[in-house]
Design a protein. Structure first.
Lengths: 609, 638
């Protein structure tokens, strides 16, 4: 116990000192480290007391928390989930940045005042807690001459919320934040979320994703309607395709970079940010201003990451000709038809995967009164219809159909379904792979939204997310890569990260204390947006929990931080081990605490060359 | 009688009236040929068409057609003096094969009947289809059926779980095999209707089956592309033959079960030696997927039918061909040419004419009211012709077109509203020497009158001859909406007593009441608003016209000229008019000094031609289901 404290506390103070150094131009920040030591001890004590069973979990949160404003756990669970969904925060950040840029240029064009956008930002700036001038700009544009759609406001508020959470984490504050502004914006944009009653988390998720997709479209539209907004250099497609592979080389090669320089670089970026000055030397600083324009042109990360394509294949049983229809989708509804008994025992990955494959990849026969009008035969014939997945998204959302509408109203189905940590991919390519070959993709669980309770109205939502600050998302920000290869790059990127850093992640996590700014990590340039709205996990809290395990369970050191999960229950966020999490997901008779939305992230296995 | 009185079976179901526009004698198949049978004694070939007609050829020359089905004929079997047919109209029909008339109709199946099987020694026939059931019929009972005595008992073979696409029985009737989308073969003993066992092994639908004479072996052809030989005693597959690159749809086995002839979706007919499956000979490559084959009388050649309408006869390979000592001939030894199916049909704007294109790219024009082809246009550009024939008129739909048989089947609207929606002036309907060319006629009513002309002697209107006739050979079909056929009769045959009685039972009441009486006309109404254009001097408008627009109701075929007249008479009074209301006698000429030609109507800022009717305005200019709004203004007369 004491050993642990000695280890942890100095490292924390070291880290915070460097933070001060980094943010010395903002005096307000210095208050946090002053209370550091007693506070931290408080936290640890709190943690321990919780382990003893009577503690208050609020005081040692590894991440910023959201408070329940009365039946808003549906909102909180979705916000936690999106925050920890791979690549989401990073992409959202760039979208907001692009919006601000285009918005300010539009304003410039209209008002013929070149500095209007930035001025506005400066005016509203001081009231905000944000650390980056980019965010000030996005706030500023809300007073803009160009009226904003409610859709765009919701997206911006979402980003602001994540900035606030980031700041709370930087300050190591444990105050739960009330996402009032976002909720307000959502309610204004969509009346179904009005009123203080419990809502369907799935509905909100779909709504938010749709909202962001629309915002992306809006941006594309603005750019297309005003091509003069972009300078020529911004439109030229970058030819640097091979960057992804450079990432891994650079990760390998360079390790030592002066921290001073890094922090300076980060600051200078912030200054550059918002103007249209393009620094072609520095990929990261370019990121904030000019280069991102390429991505703007039709880049829709929601479509890229959350959208899959279903393939409906219909074969007339008479002439046996086949017609195919493709449709995009955002989530896959999984019907629940099993009896509890089917899954009581241990479930291997294979049989769980098989279950989800069968539930999603379906085949039906169109017959009797539901025959198919075959265009070739020009008559109604029997037909077989298969629903396949031509493409599954990078982040696949499975919605377990727990709420069924019957004559008695909406009822919840509590039937147990397995939630495998790893899921075999069931896209068409993977389904058609020969038996002896490994399928090209697989999926790994990254977030789960659980529904607790007997009905939708009275229930409660809790999110489980993988404890990670998703550093890999920010490495070598891929905005230089031409459109189209982006989704591939992100999955490959995470693959690289897994391949080359997995053995080291434990140490890299602990090494974090020696990193001042994340804009350089292990020699890889990190997108500076991680210092705006990225997740900043309080490693100590997580590690403490990890380290407490051997004693608690009498086992060997069991968990690597990789396998830690966060249980996000409104204002209480509790780190749990992978084992605890799996226990939570395992079969319990008559349990009404059931996984509802499963988020899987795609892992593309590319053979090494 | 029960079987022939279908109208009484389900009185609640809506009944639809349809007709098929065809020639008096359709000598050639219009579409694919689903089944073939040979009568070796007379050298007659029977073919079952997707155009619903069974045709008989003697020495390859057309003899006669057998018409009574209303949908694809899927299978036929020849038995002593008779012919049994199975059709997608869900019926099985028993025919006098020599004279070519339908003796009785069996309506036991509930879905398309896909396959028949015949046990010669026991004079038993089995039928099976998409309703998953198999029925066994005694042929002697069937052929004894008459119109007045057609109650028949049947035994059914239970246990099928999915739609049956193929059926086979050995001549002695000791075993019956079915092939279905279950991908398995099921076997029964037809003597006691006991289920025997199931044979699994195929990966897809089984569409072709043959059983050996002694009932010990069976060959199956599947959509998985393979042919399997099964030992029924051993209950297992003893051989799998893969000679086709696509689904196998047709099978024949030689008398001694030494060779199998198979045809399929890959358009090939292949003969395989079962003792040496590596040696197979391609008999022919057809122009379309092979649907059925049958041996010629001497068993030296096969007749092959495809999803195209022609039937060809190909020589079978001999020992020499198997040893590759001789080449197979590349052309058929005989051909029964087929006709062209109508592949595309577009109803023109006048909702009376249909432009069609057939499988040979020939374009033709049909007149629905006269139920005949009126113009052959040859191989011209269909889309271009459609464009040329576009008329700026809108007439509501009153029928729809179905091409499943390769001929035009016209389904009239399903009720009074749908069927009688199209009112046009006698002039527009092309009725000459009509005393009142502006009199309205109804297309649906005209056609129904023509179709039922000979039934109960519907009197021709003695006063005016607004009358169309349809040829007597046109088949009239009464069926449940979207379902089974109730009754099919030729227009000219409706005079007969039996037919008369049956029609009394089946023809829906709304049809009878509308063709018999000179019924009250129920016109389709259009609601619309009339608003003065801002240029109309307000002093011209009668009081309170400015406050709210006039909401009017009129028949949908009213022309704009009539509306203008109304405006002149009712809405525009001179400011000092003595009568403030609009109740002035309409026959008195208006006293405000304007005439009808000076009233200009607009809709969506488009000036309307006075001869245009309101439904056309609504459909082509207003383009919305909301109430139509028209504006009017006064222009200077020329």
């Amino acid at each position: 116990m004491t050993v642990l404290e000695n280890n942890v506390i100095p490292s924390r103070s070291k880290l915070s000192l460097k933070r001060i150094h980094q943010t010395r131009d903002r005096p307000a920040r210095q208050e946090a480290p002053l209370h550091k030591k007693p506070f931290l001890e408080d936290m640890l004590n709190g943690y321990r007391s919780e382990q003893r069973g009577n503690g208050d979990a609020v005081h040692d949160s590894p991440v910023a928390t959201l408070s329940n404003m009365g039946n808003t756990c549906f909102l909180n669970s979705v916000l936690y989930t999106l925050r920890f969904a791979p690549t989401f925060l990073h992409n959202l950040h760039h979208l907001i940045g692009d919006l601000a840029l285009v918005g300010s240029r539009l304003t410039q064009n209209k008002a013929k005042t070149s500095s209007l956008g930035r001025n506005m930002g400066a005016i509203t700036g001081p009231s905000s807690r944000s650390t980056s001038s980019k965010d000030l700009l996005s706030l500023g544009t809300s007073n803009d001459v160009i009226p904003k759609s409610k859709v765009q406001v919701v997206t911006e508020k979402l980003h602001e919320l994540y900035i606030t959470m980031h700041n709370l984490e930087v300050k190591e504050s444990n105050d739960a934040y009330q996402p009032v502004a976002l909720l307000q914006a959502i309610r204004e944009a969509n009346y179904i979320f009005e009123g203080n009653h419990q809502q369907d988390a799935h509905e909100l998720l779909v709504y938010l994703l749709d909202n962001i997709r629309e915002t992306c479209d809006l941006l594309t539209q603005q750019v297309q309607q005003n091509p003069e907004l972009l300078t020529e250099t911004e439109i030229i497609q970058s030819s640097n395709n091979s960057k992804i592979w450079n990432v891994r080389r650079s990760w390998k090669k360079t390790h030592k970079i002066k921290k001073e320089k890094n922090s300076k670089e980060a600051i200078s970026e912030e200054q550059v940010n918002g103007s249209s000055v393009t620094d072609t030397e520095d990929a990261c600083s370019v990121d904030g201003s000019g280069e991102n324009a390429k991505k703007k042109l039709g880049y829709n990360f929601v479509a890229e990451d959350f959208e899959g394509v279903t393939l409906r294949r219909t074969m007339c049983l008479e002439c046996e000709s086949v017609t195919e229809r493709k449709e995009p989708f955002y989530d896959i509804p999984v019907p629940i038809s099993l009896k509890d008994a089917d899954f009581e025992g241990d479930m291997s990955i294979n049989s769980a995967s098989e279950f989800y494959r069968k539930a999603c990849v379906t085949s039906e026969k169109l017959c009797d009164g539901n025959k198919y009008l075959c265009e070739k035969c020009q008559r109604y014939n029997e037909a077989s219809r298969d629903v396949l997945f031509e493409k599954l998204p990078n982040i696949m959302v499975l919605q377990l159909k727990r709420f069924t509408t019957s004559s008695a109203g909406v009822q919840k189905v509590n039937t147990y379904l397995p939630t495998p940590i790893e899921l075999a991919c069931f896209c068409e390519t993977c389904c058609n792979v020969e038996d002896n070959e490994p399928p090209p993709h697989r999926y790994r669980l990254c977030c789960v939204i659980m529904h607790l309770g007997a009905s939708m109205a009275s229930g409660h939502y809790i999110a489980y997310v993988k404890a990670s600050d998703h550093l890999e998302d920010y490495a070598e920000c891929s905005r230089n890569v031409p459109k189209g290869s982006l989704s591939a790059s992100s999955s490959e990127k995470s693959l690289n990260f897994l391949k080359y850093f997995k053995p080291r992640t434990t140490s890299s996590l602990i090494d974090n204390k020696s990193i001042v700014s994340k804009s350089m990590l292990n020699g890889v340039r990190m997108c500076k947006s991680m210092d705006c709205c990225g997740v900043k996990l309080n490693k100590n809290v997580v590690e403490n929990v990890m380290n407490s395990y051997p004693r608690k369970n009498g086992q060997d050191v069991y968990s690597s931080p990789e396998e830690m999960w966060l249980e996000c229950d409104d204002e209480s966020v509790r780190p749990i081990t992978g084992q605890e999490f799996e226990e939570e997901l395992s079969y319990k008779p008559n349990s009404t605490s059931t996984p509802y939305l499963l988020f899987y992230s795609k892992i593309t296995d590319v053979p090494l060359d | 009688m029960a079987n022939l009185k279908p109208g009484g079976q389900n009185p609640r179901k809506k009944v639809q009236v349809s007709m098929v526009i065809c020639e008096a004698e359709e000598k050639r198949h219009r579409s694919g040929v689903n089944a073939l049978q040979i009568d070796p004694a007379l050298d007659r070939l029977y073919s079952a068409g997707r155009d619903s007609i069974i045709r008989v050829y003697e020495h390859e020359r057309y003899l006669h057609g057998m018409e009574h089905h209303t949908d694809w004929v899927n299978d036929i079997v020849l038995c002593c003096g008779g012919l049994i047919s199975a059709s997608s109209d869900t019926t099985v029909k028993v025919w006098n094969a020599h004279k070519g008339f339908c003796m009785s109709t069996l309506r036991t199946h509930k879905d398309y009947v896909k396959a028949l099987a015949y046990a010669k020694d026991r004079e038993q026939v089995a039928s099976a289809g998409l309703d998953k059931s198999i029925y066994l019929w005694d042929i002697n009972t069937l052929t004894a059926l008459t119109a007045s005595n057609n109650t028949v008992t049947t035994s059914s073979l239970m246990g099928s779980k999915e739609s049956i696409y193929s059926l086979a029985m050995n001549p002695s009737g000791t075993v019956i095999v079915s092939g279905s989308t279950e991908k398995a073969l099921r076997l029964w003993d037809p003597r006691n209707c006991v289920k025997l066992f199931k044979l699994k092994g195929h990966a897809d639908n089984v569409k072709a089956l043959v059983v050996s004479k002694d009932g010990t072996h069976c060959i199956s052809g599947s959509s998985d592309g393979s042919i399997k030989v099964w030992s029924l005693g051993g209950q297992r597959c003893i051989q799998t033959i893969r000679v086709h690159s696509d689904s196998v749809w047709a099978l024949l086995a030689t008398e001694n079960f030494s060779h199998v002839i198979s045809g399929g979706r890959d358009k090939k007919v292949i003969m395989t030696d079962l003792k040496n499956p590596q040696s197979s000979v391609v008999v022919c490559v057809e122009e379309a997927p092979v649907l059925k084959m049958c041996f010629t009388a001497d068993q030296q050649a096969v007749w092959v039918s495809t999803s195209h309408s022609s039937i060809r006869c190909w020589k079978l390979p001999t020992e020499k061909h198997f040893k590759e000592e001789a080449k197979m001939p590349s052309s058929p030894i005989s051909l029964i040419p087929g006709g062209a199916a109508i592949r595309q049909a577009v109803v023109l704007n006048d909702k009376r004419h249909i432009l069609t294109k057939d499988a040979n790219e020939n374009v033709a024009l049909y007149d629905v009211l006269r139920a005949r082809k009126i113009e052959d246009l040859g191989q011209i550009n269909f889309q271009e012709e459609l464009k040329n024939r576009f008329k700026f008129v809108y007439v509501p739909n009153w029928f729809n077109v179905d091409l499943k048989t390769g001929m035009l089947t016209i389904h009239l609207g399903q009720d009074e509203v749908d069927c009688f929606s199209a009112w046009v002036s006698a002039r527009d309907a092309g009725i000459r020497d009509c005393p009142e060319p502006d009199q309205k006629v109804n297309y649906g009513k005209l056609l129904l009158q023509a179709l039922f002309e000979h039934w109960r002697g519907v009197e021709k209107d003695p006063e005016n001859k607004l009358y169309f006739t349809v040829p007597k050979h046109i088949p009239l079909i009464l069926s449940e909406v979207g379902g089974r056929t109730l009754y099919r009769v030729l227009v000219g045959d409706t005079v007969g007593d039996t037919e008369n009685a049956l029609l009394n039972d089946t023809v829906p009441n709304w049809v009878i009441s509308n063709i018999e009486e000179n019924c009250t006309n129920k016109f389709i109404k259009v609601q619309f608003y009339l608003q003065p254009h801002s240029s109309v001097p307000s002093h011209l408008l009668k009081q309170d016209r400015l406050k709210k627009p006039d909401r009017l109701v009129a028949n949908d075929f009213i022309q704009c000229r009539k509306v203008a007249e109304h405006i002149l008479e009712k809405l525009l009074g001179d400011g000092n008019a003595n009568s403030p209301g609009g109740d002035a006698d309409s026959s008195t000429p208006s006293n405000n000094g304007y005439n009808v030609d000076q009233i200009e109507l607009t809709c969506n800022d488009q000036i309307l031609d006075p001869s245009m009717d309101l439904r056309t305005v609504k459909h082509f200019i207003w383009k919305s289901s909301a109430d139509l709004t028209l504006h009017y203004r006064i222009v200077n007369a020329k």
